[in-house]
Design a protein around this ligand. Sequence first.
Ligand code: PRP
Ligand code: URA
Length: 209
Amino acid sequence: MSNVTITNHPLIEHKLSILRDVHTNPTVFRHLVNELGALLCYEATRDLPLCPVEVQTPLSMTTAYEMKESIALIPILRAGLGMVEGIWDLIPNAHVFHIGFYRNEKTLQPVEYYNKLPKDHPFNISFILDPMLATGGSAIATTNIVKKWGAQTIKFVGIIGAPEGIKALQEAHPDVDIHLAAIDDHLNDKGYIVPGLGDAGDRQFGTVF
Ligand code: PRP
Ligand code: URA
């Protein structure tokens, strides 16, 4: 079964409390999603392999260590977009590929609307990004696509997960590690995470009135 890592560092807890607040405006909300993405990425990349490299400092030669892995960042549109920049700043060599899903409001099933992955998959690690893991449908469907593309090591990085979505993703893809800032209580009858933060896409892009 895949590992679930909850990174509950004080900085993350503090930012998450502002993110959850219904009065937080889209500008601040976007900023926080970006920062939380970077903080969670720090933990999600902890086990990346390093290669020794000889470096000349101003004082002497030394052995230092570099990340050589080629990394794909795969945000699930729309809400996953907000997690890209912060992570990309930390891993500037990463490549970004977008997958578009929206949830059918009645069935809660993910509906695919954007996928332009290239033919080849030359990456060692793929990070699927989406702040919300609710029923798990979008994450599972995206992982299906990314595996079919050729990815072998995949990690899901989100902000809030519902127990139902975590279980579903673990059962469907036991090899995909899950990184979150919090596990919330439950899903309501509309498939929203409670207490959650509402609709992460709408709150980032100001499309809730
Ligand atoms: C939200 C969220 C996830 C999905 C999670 O997207 O960003 O992609 O729901 O729910 P699930 O785990 O039940 O699939 P939404 O469909 O609202 O689209 P949006 O990001 O464009 O707002
Ligand atoms: N998608 C969201 O944006 N929020 C939820 O609570 C569930 C799905």
